[in-house]
Design a protein around this ligand. Structure first.
Ligand SMILES: Nc1ncnc2c1ncn2[C@@H]1O[C@H](COP(=O)(O)OP(=O)(O)OP(=O)(O)O)[C@@H](O)[C@H]1O
Ligand SMILES: [Mg+2]
Length: 247
């Protein structure tokens, strides 16, 4: 099992944002997380991604208990989160964004001096994008010249740079047009093809049904239930989320 979440809970003062949530994910599995506003989806995602500590419960990665002290800690362990704003430096180049904060360096001919290995960073950026089925004219182009779907691919490439085994995405298609949305869903499929697991938080039932293997539904911070995507369609899922019932 890649990821095991057991009896996870999170309180903010008197507010219980998450309570008694357990969930397991296999390598290469795409799991959707649905639920109404305030159901605890982002809270769950932030805890798994190391952005917040849980108030109780355990997270295990490949059987080993983990307690992340921050997002960087989770990244190093192989869990990358992509938030809605993508956290890209839009006036910097594609390759600079992919390697931001973790640049490749090489020794220079001057003893003790290290310089950025731009060639390697460009090359590897192209590789990651190719893996995602994205062709860009140049990895030197600033991100602000890219479309929404292409930006999403840059953010995912950053996850690939860390060899992420799990990519968590919060509402990745919310701000996108129809075509761009289809591209982002393709990116999710590509990740799965390469053995990467995806936890997809979304209000869009069509998207969830289109790319996931399984869906978990949260309600009031609790796990309402879990269903195989093959057994439902978007209407059915939407009904489950709204009614609070799994039939
Ligand atoms: N930092 C915080 N401080 C206090 N309460 C919070 C905080 N973050 C979340 N909450 C509360 O926790 C609950 C779950 O919030 P969360 O953001 O996880 O829901 P969500 O399912 O992501 O909702 P949405 O669909 O609107 O994004 C809500 O009641 C919310 O008000
Ligand atoms: Mg949210």
């Amino acid at each position: 099992m890649l990821l095991e979440i057991e009896d996870l809970g999170k309180t903010y003062g008197a507010v219980s944002a998450l309570s008694g949530v357990s969930l397991a994910m296999d390598e290469g599995e795409v799991v959707g997380v649905c639920g109404d506003n305030g159901a605890g989806k982002s809270t769950l995602m932030r805890i798994v991604a190391g952005a917040q500590p849980p108030s109780r419960g355990a997270v295990r990665l490949r059987g080993k208990p983990v307690r992340f002290t921050g997002p960087r800690d989770a990244l190093t362990a192989g869990i990358a989160a992509i938030y809605q704003d993508l956290a890209l430096a839009v006036d910097q180049s594609v390759y600079q964004n992919v390697f931001m904060g973790s640049e490749l360096v090489r020794r220079s001919w001057v003893p003790g001096l290290r310089t950025l290995d731009k060639r390697a960073m460009r090359e590897r950026s192209r590789e990651y994008l190719a893996r995602l089925g994205i062709e860009l004219e140049s990895v030197d182009a600033p991100v602000n010249r890219l479309s929404g779907g292409q930006r999403q691919a840059v953010a995912i490439s950053r996850a690939l740079r860390w060899e992420a085994a799990l990519v968590i995405m919060d509402e990745p298609t919310a701000a996108l047009g129809v075509r761009e949305k289809a591209r982002v869903l393709d990116l999710v499929r590509k990740l799965k093809e390469t053995g990467v697991s995806v936890l997809l938080v979304s209000h869009n039932m069509d998207d969830v049904v289109a790319v996931t293997d399984r869906v978990v539904i949260l309600r009031g911070g609790r796990l309402q239930g879990e269903v195989a995507t093959a057994d439902i369609d978007a209407d059915r899922l939407s009904h489950m989320v709204m009614s609070g019932r799994m039939q």
